[in-house]
Unconditional design. Structure first.
Length: 356
């Protein structure tokens, strides 16, 4: 037998009928057809074959134990044409409008799945997994609808590609403090005020946007930069942190990008302790790396980021901060940020927190 299973043909069913008429055993038939005995056994059982002693008590005809090759072939063809199970999510189904609406709001399939479970906890037919949503999109035939739906996904592509490290062209910073001596409270992610930062570059590295994420709450701030120089980073990050309570300015973890050449001045302006990751170690700022990937939905690679105002960046941050996140138990970063501030005795206006 080959590795790939093939359905029984009409000729093979004819052989089964003939050999059963001659009262041959299942294993003899299997050897004659070069098939597995279990294949022959299943074919007989699902097509009304009965042993001789059962046929006698049931009044069945003795010919081939009740097996009919023609009827068996028709049944097999009918089952092949009939879908085993109706798809749970398709464009004409009751769930699709809800899924489509949430995709348009830039929610991920995993977030959509969680929201459907919360909205319909006792109705399994109105729940789908995130894999089902992905499959429904990518299994669509080629066309405008499929392109439109794929564009709504975070990455916007059908396959994942490994991130290329490329050549390290960054300058060396002086007086850096290693992430390996960062205090345990920053590693544990219990208290708000421990941040990760990075720079998202635009077309030709001629424009940039600063990203600052609180490690505990995933609260995000976006910073407009005039360029990617150290002076621009110092001005932008100092202005972003200025409105925050000093209790929310504990540490900042960053990579060794040249925009942080004035890190000592930034530490003095904000009162924060700044720690630097090892070279080529993006996982040491995993929260920031993941958030940057999500932000590419708003700030695509190759775009001119200089055309965005600070107010436009704030609106993007507001939308991100009001998305439910799995690691927060499907609460939003804004909710958790406000809760943590209250626990730490930090007075903060909820409206200001939502619109930072």
């Amino acid at each position: 037998m080959g590795k790939n299973y093939e359905q029984l043909s009409a000729e093979e069913r004819g052989v089964i009928f003939t050999m059963k008429f001659e009262d041959k055993s299942t294993r003899e038939i299997a050897r004659a057809l070069v098939r597995s005995p279990s294949t022959i056994s299943r074919e007989l059982k699902r097509n009304d074959w009965k042993p001789a002693h059962e046929r006698a008590t049931m009044g069945r005809p003795p010919i081939a134990g009740g097996y009919n090759s023609r009827r068996a072939g028709l049944r097999a063809g009918r089952l092949r044409r009939k879908p085993r199970r109706e798809r749970k999510l398709h464009v004409d189904g009751p769930l699709w409008p809800q899924v489509r609406e949430l995709l348009a709001k830039c929610h991920s399939p995993e977030q959509i799945s969680a929201q459907l479970k919360q909205a319909h906890p006792d109705e399994p037919t109105l729940n789908v997994s995130h894999e089902t949503i992905y499959h429904a999109i990518y299994a669509m035939p080629r066309g405008e609808l499929k392109r439109e739906l794929i564009a709504l996904l975070r990455r916007g592509r059908s396959t994942r590609r490994p991130r290329s490290r490329g050549e390290d062209r960054r300058g060396k910073l002086t007086d850096m403090v290693s992430i390996h001596v960062r205090p345990p409270e920053a590693n544990e992610r219990v208290l708000a005020g421990h941040w990760e930062g990075d720079l998202i570059k635009g077309a030709g590295n001629r424009s940039a946007v600063g990203t600052l994420i609180d490690r505990s709450t995933l609260f995000l701030m976006l910073v407009k930069m005039d360029d990617s120089t150290a002076e621009a980073a110092l001005r932008g990050y100092s202005a972003a942190f200025a409105p925050l309570d000093p209790e929310l300015l504990k540490t900042l973890t960053y990579d060794q990008g040249k925009e942080m050449a004035l890190h000592k001045e930034l530490a003095k302006a904000t009162g924060m302790r700044i720690y630097f990751c090892d070279p080529h170690s993006p996982w040491q700022r995993g929260i920031c790396e993941n958030t940057n990937g999500l932000l590419r939905q708003y700030l695509p690679k190759g775009a001119d980021l200089s055309v965005l105002s600070q107010r436009q960046l704030d609106m993007i941050a507001i939308e991100m901060n009001n998305r439910p996140r799995k690691t927060l138990g499907w609460r939003t970063p804004a909710q958790v940020f406000i809760e943590n501030c209250k626990k730490q005795g930090i007075e903060i206006n909820p409206a200001v927190a939502l619109g930072l």
